[in-house]
Design a protein around this ligand. Sequence first.
Ligand SMILES: NC(=O)c1ccc[n+]([C@@H]2O[C@H](COP(=O)([O-])OP(=O)(O)OC[C@H]3O[C@@H](n4cnc5c(N)ncnc54)[C@H](O)[C@@H]3O)[C@@H](O)[C@H]2O)c1
Ligand SMILES: O=C(O)C(=O)C[C@@H](O)[C@H](O)[C@H](O)COP(=O)(O)O
Ligand SMILES: [Zn+2]
Length: 368
Amino acid sequence: MQLETNTASYHISFGSGLLQSIGQCITDLFDFLPTKVIVLSDDKVAPLYGQTVCTSVQTVVPDTKIFVVQHGEQSKSLTVYDQVVGYMLENNFDRKSLVIALGGGVVGDLAGFVAATYMRGIPFIQVPTTILAHDSSVGGKVAINHPLGKNTIGAFYQPKAVIYDVDTLKTLPKEQLDSGIAEVVKHGHIHSPELIDWLMENYYKIDQLNQATLADMLYRSCLVKANIVSQDEREQGIRAYLNFGHTIGHSIESALGYGNIPHGIAVAIGMVTAAIIGYQKGITPKHVLDQVISVNKFLGLPMRLPKEVTYDKILQYIQYDKKNVGGFLTFVLLKDIGAPEIFKGITKEEVLDALYYQLNIALDVTKG
Ligand SMILES: NC(=O)c1ccc[n+]([C@@H]2O[C@H](COP(=O)([O-])OP(=O)(O)OC[C@H]3O[C@@H](n4cnc5c(N)ncnc54)[C@H](O)[C@@H]3O)[C@@H](O)[C@H]2O)c1
Ligand SMILES: O=C(O)C(=O)C[C@@H](O)[C@H](O)[C@H](O)COP(=O)(O)O
Ligand SMILES: [Zn+2]
């Protein structure tokens, strides 16, 4: 799959055994080989795949080093960013060096932000290893978190390539499956009713981690993402649709302290809240709200806020959402499945009403 934006054009490869060929990819991508390569990974992924990647890259760039951060959302921080940049400076990484992000969305966002800012920008390649990272590795949003707001320190900076070796998914813990599927559901709700149907029909194989079905799902979901990003790289309009469920989702993540809920799980809850807000405003038809709820139920995705998150905290953190303009809360709401729209000026009362409603349906669903 090729993604064309205003600033870049790059290939997203899906397949088996791709980690072993990253060295060759680098040769194909660059007229002049990078001077040095830093492979950024985390302490769960590096022991599994770090050596394979480094060995492949070292065949073309002998000066390749791996830098390993702790796994988890806490690594998307200024502190860890500072450690990576410090390491690169001390080891004489220059403007012709290359960053490779080997891992899930945390490593991808962090490494991308390092690449975007190190000496005002050096190239990077995304090597995603989670299901969720089909979303994070494509499209060039790179960021770290501030304690007050998710991804509030970041950039739009496209990778030179995305290399998705689906063999890596064999070691992904099962609990990461749901989080990744939530972003597939999001892509379906905003752009592709067919993707939702496909997901429901194929869920048995997905749940069994059937590799071919997983690869098919990632391809279908990436198509949606690539389509939207190619039309609106810098979120001047329709790219905000990709934020469906994220206003509340990000607030839940911030309220719990980063790393205490997987991103996709928070988004799954946020999609239900957004569907309720839309329903209560007369924008989202009841059958669409019902479908959002039933898809979550079918896939075993949660419906309600974690008990520890108070409504006050949600109202506090939604203030820092990047979609807000001039202090007006902005939500992506559904007019239909596959037909989102951006709504400015949602009030805190409307959000609170939706959260009460959500608690009640969540209780009903649990009873049922
Ligand atoms: N930039 C974007 O457009 C975008 C889109 C969606 C999400 N995100 C960001 O992505 C992050 C979440 O990404 P994630 O869900 O991939 O989380 P993650 O990167 O934390 O990975 C989840 C866990 O799985 C482990 N892991 C990863 N790959 C593995 C493998 N193949 N085998 C065994 N273990 C493996 C990791 O060590 C980690 O513990 C969030 O910070 C979110 O904000 C960004
Ligand atoms: O690519 C996008 O655009 C998205 O919104 C994708 C989201 O799934 C992702 O979580 C993104 O990082 C959220 O963006 P943000 O601008 O709200 O931080
Ligand atoms: Zn997301």
